[in-house]
Design a protein around this ligand. Sequence first.
Ligand code: SAJ
Length: 416
Amino acid sequence: DGIAVIGLGYIGLPTCAALTRHGLRVTGVDVNERTVSEINAGRVPIVEPNLDVAIASAMADGLLTATTSMPHASVYLIAVPTPFTGDHEPDLRHVRSATEAIAPMLRGGEVVILESTSPPGTTELISQWISDLRPDLKLPHMGGISDVHLAHCPERVLPGRIMVEIFSNDRIVGGLSPECAQRAAEVYRLFVTGDIILTDAKSAEMAKLTENAFRDVNIAFANELAEICEHIGLDVWEVISMANHHPRVNILQPGPGVGGHCIAVDPWFIVSAAPEQARLVRAARETNDARPRTVLTKISDALALTGRTDGEGGTVACLGLAFKADIDDLRESPALSITETLAKERPGTRVLAVEPHIDALPRGLAALPNVELAATEQALAEADVVVLLVDHAAFRAITLADLRGRELVDTRGLWR
Ligand code: SAJ
């Protein structure tokens, strides 16, 4: 009966592409009717290199269909968002509704795989949810032989490189039983060239969170170093670059904060699972979340140097809105939030937003009368203060000569 991929976003859609490239028949399921009709019309609603061609050829080969209603499938792959609530607790409502849609379809023998990054224990929770809805089935959390196989296989692809990493990355497959892990691993062996590591579901859940918490803690270390170096009058990028010549030191780069929908979210799942123990993980989150405010203070200081005090005019060029270099993704972007907060807090200041990867300002920014989308040259020509927020390749060509006479706030160390 083929494979059903639930959630046609940044993970689900590339997974459809990867499976169909290997000749497998895939039904993509999404609650959003617009997403479904876009995909069925051969259009890809997200920007990711090479994804559009892969989806177009899957459609041309008749291997992919998108729908809003859950089909029967031999393998269900859940790739829905797992955000957090206002108080940093995991919000599993999309996983729950995917489970509720799958449960009535089960006949026995199916493999259900959770790919969404989830708090430890979620795969077991899915097993319990299914058994509540289907008391006629044996589920793996009950022990013994089960009718349905459940596993967690966390996605690990890097936005911007998804269509490479989805094939080449090693995969962790954590089953609710060894048999569940084996059955889920068979699915990944169909298209993954990297190693497949078998474990239990809870260890797989924690391993994924650990990867992103590792990166968050290391970025927080770089951001804290930036603040220390500034306090004592040193160039943090030079200090890090020298320290990284040590064979066992590899410090990441400071920046305006951590964006995207993974690294700024996942560590909170660890904090939620063990609040007393996860002190460093929590501190890292708080350090990285505090960065945009530090950048805003620097922008105010720079404006003051040009003779502008709060609310008193001036033009600021904000270079970059995306959450990191060379992508168009603005979700949870510190660059976007800095630009928006600046414009809101200083209504008398003109803000020129430069983002070569988009054609129109996102709604929140477009609604502000003092914000315009500008080309790099115009922004550099008209600004009193130039703020570098994202190290896009397009901005690397800017020279110090182009910036002469402007106050600079460089959050990425490009203009040292
Ligand atoms: N950042 C810095 N300094 C650095 C590196 C990154 O400030 O030295 C910032 C970026 O500007 C960005 C944020 O961190 O705002 C996150 O960017 P990223 O490139 O580190 O990670 P993501 O969010 O694009 O993807 C991560 C990846 N995880 C790891 O590298 C451990 C990816 O492999 C995961 O699949 C993805 O999260 C996910 O979906 O969980």
